[in-house]
Write a protein that binds this ligand. Structure first.
Ligand SMILES: [Zn+2]
Length: 149
């Protein structure tokens, strides 16, 4: 999933679960679940667009994720502490952060490689536009549900 998708899921977890001992493991686990959902992300079609374009899109994706989460917290979940939300967002993106040094720089440190291979195994890709549209739909639904219940 996009970093933005993971960030919004992290925001929702932070808004609903105030106990970090519960929220952090749940956020980490949510990553695997979200990636198994058919999706587009910056790494989709990497061979065609090249690593530079992937890097640009990934950077934009990460910034967008933080910005959108910040806006959601201000508008919908103002009770949530911003540093707490940031922690849970990082936890929800953690597998990608761990895989990044291997993915972008080919640093073959075992945990980096493990995280990359683990995600390769579980992820389902779906190209644009549906791989983005369904992602927006499920994220929007999650936010609405979090606001109602
Ligand atoms: Zn991932």
């Amino acid at each position: 999933m996009t970093a933005t998708g993971h960030a919004v899921i992290g925001t929702v977890i932070a808004a609903k679960i105030g106990n970090p001992a519960l929220a952090i493991p749940l956020a980490i686990a949510s990553h695997a679940l979200a990636d198994s959902f058919p999706h587009w992300d910056p790494a989709t079609n990497r061979k065609d667009k090249g690593i530079k374009q992937v890097t640009r899109e990934a950077f934009f994706d990460v910034v967008l994720g933080f910005a959108l989460s910040y806006i959601l917290i201000q508008l919908l979940f103002p009770q949530v502490n911003i540093f707490y939300a940031f922690t849970i967002i990082i936890a929800s993106q953690l597998l990608d952060w761990i895989a990044a040094p291997y993915y972008f720089f080919k640093i073959k440190f075992a945990p980096f490689v493990w995280s990359y291979k683990f995600q390769k195994k579980i992820e389902h890709r779906l190209d644009k536009p549906w791989g983005i549209i369904n992602q927006i739909a499920i994220i929007a639904l999650l936010v609405v549900l979090a606001k109602i219940f």
